[in-house]
Design a protein around this ligand. Structure first.
Ligand code: FMN
Length: 161
């Protein structure tokens, strides 16, 4: 069988088309052993109210991917307007993204970042294969919302209302 060669132009075109879908921006944190890890994510979506479930997908090449396995605790931080610098910090790969930040530990066992528009405290319910990503299904254990405007992402750029 002839191996399929990924077509770079086709992937760029698909990424561009997907960028027409405006989203919010989240940072998702967990502990990998004792080390805090976090990643900027816009694939976050609601799934179910009863039971309370959300999903997101993590690239198989993300250095933090292994931290998200069944029963791991994680926190979804929905970013607020003005937190684009924080989003860029967590969009860098591998480095100690927490070094210059004031962060805490939530009572549900995940690293907690201050000032976001909403928090979803979750446990990994299941992981599903999704091509070059892994789809993470999370059960929401607790949530919190603040009445502040969100950070948005559209066509590859951060935006605000
Ligand atoms: C706005 C935005 C949204 C992103 N969404 C995702 C996502 O849903 N899933 C993902 O795996 N990476 C996403 N990324 C890319 C990761 O944040 C980036 O690859 C990061 O460096 C991975 O960190 P790690 O390798 O340290 O785990 C996004 C980046 C940006 C700027």
């Amino acid at each position: 069988m002839i191996p399929r060669v990924p077509d770079a132009d086709a992937m760029r075109a698909l990424r561009g088309a997907l960028g027409a879908f405006a989203t919010g921006v989240t940072i998702i944190t967990a502990f990998d052993e004792a080390l805090p890890v976090g990643i900027t994510v816009n694939s976050f979506a609601s799934v179910s109210l009863d039971p309370p479930l959300i999903l997101w997908s993590v690239s198989k090449t993300a250095t933090c991917a292994e931290a998200f396995r069944p029963t791991s605790a994680f926190c979804v931080h929905v970013l607020a307007a003005g937190q684009d610098g924080l989003a860029m910090n967590f969009a860098r790969s591998g480095e100690d993204k927490f070094a210059s930040l004031a962060w805490g530990r939530s009572e549900w066992g995940a690293p907690l970042l201050p000032g976001c528009a909403a928090e979803f405290h979750c446990q990994v319910e299941a992981c599903y294969p999704g091509g070059d990503h892994t789809i993470i299904l999370g059960r929401v254990l607790a949530h919190l919302v603040r009445e502040i405007p969100p950070l948005l992402f559209h066509r590859g750029r951060f935006r605000e209302f």
